[in-house]
Ligand binder design. Structure first.
Ligand code: ADP
Length: 178
C-alpha cells in the first residue's frame, strides 16, 4: 500500500526545508566527502564544532545536532556500514541506522525528515539492496509513528531515483524488484 507521506525526489539535500535532514556521516563525525562534505559546507563551521563535542558514533547509530546555516534546523548524523560483501552484518547495520534516525525524531518531537541514500556512495553498498532496506524501514516507521508527517528520500542522480522508485513499486506489490 502506498503512503503519501513518503516522497522520492532528485535533488540536493542541503536545500531541503524539513525539521531535519540526515547526514551519511563517518564514525568520527568529522565531515568528509560526498553528502557529508556538502552538508558541512552548507551548514558552516559551527556544525563541525558541534560534532566535535559528541565524540564517536558507531556504525548503525545516529546523533543529532543543530542545522546551523542550513534551511533545516536539525541534522541527524547516521553512520552507515561500509559494504564488505554482505556477510558482515551490513544489512542489519543499515536498517539500524534508519531506526536510530526515527527514534531520535520521536525523542525530539520532529515531524519531517529528508534522507540521502546512506552507504551507497563511498561506502560502496549496492544501491538496489540498500534501497530495499531504506524503504522497508521508512515504511515501517510511517506505520508505527503517526507523528511522522513527511519522509523525503533525496537522490542525487536520475539513475538512483529510478532504482528507489522501482524498489518502492515492488514493495507496494506491483512490480518485481530491480
Ligand atoms: P556513504 O559514505 O554513506 O556512502 P556518500 O556521501 O559517499 O555516503 O554517498 C551517499 C549518497 O549521497 C550517494 O548516492 C551520493 O551520490 C549522494 N549525495 C552526494 N551529495 C549529495 C547531496 N548534496 N544531496 C543528496 N545526496 C547526495
Amino acid at each position: 500500500m502506498s503512503d503519501e507521506r513518503l516522497e522520492l525526489v532528485r535533488g540536493d539535500i542541503t536545500r531541503i526545508q524539513a525539521d531535519s535532514i540526515v547526514n551519511a556521516a563517518n564514525s568520527a563525525l568529522s565531515g568528509g566527502g560526498g553528502v557529508d562534505g556538502a552538508i558541512h559546507r552548507a551548514a558552516g563551521p559551527g556544525l563541525l564544532a558541534e560534532c566535535r563535542t559528541l565524540g564517536r558514533c558507531p556504525p548503525g547509530q545516529a546523533r543529532i545536532t543543530g542545522g546551523h546555516n542550513l534551511p533545516a534546523p536539525h541534522v541527524i548524523h547516521a553512520v552507515g556500514p561500509v559494504w564488505q560483501g554482505g556477510g558482515s552484518g551490513e544489512e542489519s547495520l543499515l536498517a539500524h541506522c534508519y531506526r536510530s534516525v526515527f527514534a531520535l525524531m520521536e525523542q525530539h518531537g520532529l515531524h519531517t525528515v529528508a534522507f540521502p541514500s546512506i552507504s551507497t556512495g563511498a561506502y560502496g553498498y549496492p544501491i538496489a539492496r540498500a534501497s530495499r532496506i531504506a524503504l522497508r524501514e521508512i515504511r515501517a516507521a510511517l506505520q508505527r509513528q503517526p507523528s511522522l508527517r513527511r519522509v523525503t528520500v533525496v537522490l542525487f542522480s536520475d539513475q538512483d531515483l529510478d532504482v528507489y522508485q522501482r524498489t518502492l513499486k515492488a514493495l507496494e506489490g506491483s512490480e518485481p524488484p530491480p
